[in-house]
Write a protein that binds this ligand. Structure first.
Ligand SMILES: C=Cc1c(C(=O)O)[nH]c(=O)[nH]c1=O
Length: 310
């Protein structure tokens, strides 16, 4: 069986790779992904300038997932641009995530990426829930349109967007109406569910310091929401916009479910943070075994073929 897939002409040896965020902030962390069975290397969302992020503790795991309010800590745009030539050593695409603090910052970063031959694609983050005072662009349809309008005046590399999870059906239609107006290579569904709260009943306290303990939720907690977002956008978006699944993937079966809902590739975040790079080879092996048992030779044999009950 083959787990290979291609997104906007970018070929991935495996449809499984890391979600932006966990363990992809430093060159050493990015190298570890390059040396793993991940099908691509995706960097931590970059801002123009280096950021320390929010005070710690800012990440916490429970048996059912994670909560984080990292606050966009990253080495700064130039660092991830410079890393691109180092990524060449790994026979897999290097994708840069950007999350500018303003539309202008996003446009400036995208202009600087023009013609960069070692960067396979850009993942524009519309959904960071943890920059105090900054609403998530993805929940403001006019702002999303305004930003994409400016982005597509300057972008030359394949570009996709990282979306927040949506919960109200009209919101899917409203966001799809925006996204279908632009030549996006992909959309990644979903980012963490923003502003959840995990508490410790023993100490009667929150578990992370920033934002009075509020943070983005990932892991098992969010898989049904992630699958719904993958499925909905798969049915609503132009077929040349690939859907990348993200949320609650910790096994081959979880990855299989995302692909069945319509995902062309699957990102792993919380489980990667927990397990390290072995998660890519383990989940790929498990997915391959499931495909073998079901008689599917490749991803496209079952991609999007979720049955309804009517
Ligand atoms: C880029 C910032 C993000 C962060 C963060 O750096 O706090 N956490 C998330 O769960 N999602 C994000 O998109």
């Amino acid at each position: 069986v083959s787990l290979a897939t291609s997104i906007a002409g970018v070929s991935l040896s495996s449809c499984l790779y890391n979600a932006s965020g966990p363990l992809c902030t430093t060159a050493e962390e990015l190298d570890a992904i390059g040396n793993s069975e991940a099908g691509a290397i995706l960097s931590k969302s970059a801002t123009l300038e280096k950021r320390a992020g929010n005070p710690e503790p800012r990440y916490f795991e429970t048996p059912w997932g994670s909560i984080n309010s990292m606050g966009l800590p990253n080495e700064g745009f130039q660092y991830y641009l410079d890393y691109a030539s180092r990524a060449e050593a790994f026979a897999k695409p290097y994708i840069m995530s950007i999350s500018g603090l303003s539309h202008q910052d996003n446009v400036d970063m995208i202009k600087a990426l023009a013609g960069q031959k070692h960067i396979a694609a850009i993942e524009l983050n519309l959904s960071c829930p943890n920059v105090p005072g900054k609403p998530q662009t993805g929940y403001d349809f006019e702002q999303s349109r305004a930003l994409l309008q400016r982005v597509f005046e300057h972008v030359s590399l394949p570009l996709g967007v990282k979306l927040p999870p949506y919960f109200d059906l009209p919101h899917f239609d409203m966001m799809a109406a925006v996204l279908n107006d632009y030549p996006l290579a992909f959309v990644t569904c979903v980012n963490s569910i923003g502003n959840g709260l995990v508490i410790d009943p023993e100490s009667e306290s929150v578990v992370i310091k920033p934002k009075s303990g509020f943070g983005g939720i990932g892991g098992d907690f969010i898989k049904p929401t992630a699958l719904a977002n993958v499925r909905k956008f798969y049915t609503l978006l132009n077929k040349d916009i690939a859907i990348i699944g993200c949320g609650g993937v910790k096994s081959g079966l979880d990855a299989f479910e995302h692909i069945l809902c319509g995902a062309s590739a699957v990102q792993i975040g919380t489980q990667f943070m927990r397990e390290g790079t072995t998660c890519f080879s383990r989940i790929a092996r498990e997915l391959g075994e499931i495909m073998q048992q079901k008689g599917y030779a490749d991803i496209t044999s079952f991609q999007g073929k979720l049955r309804s009950l009517d």
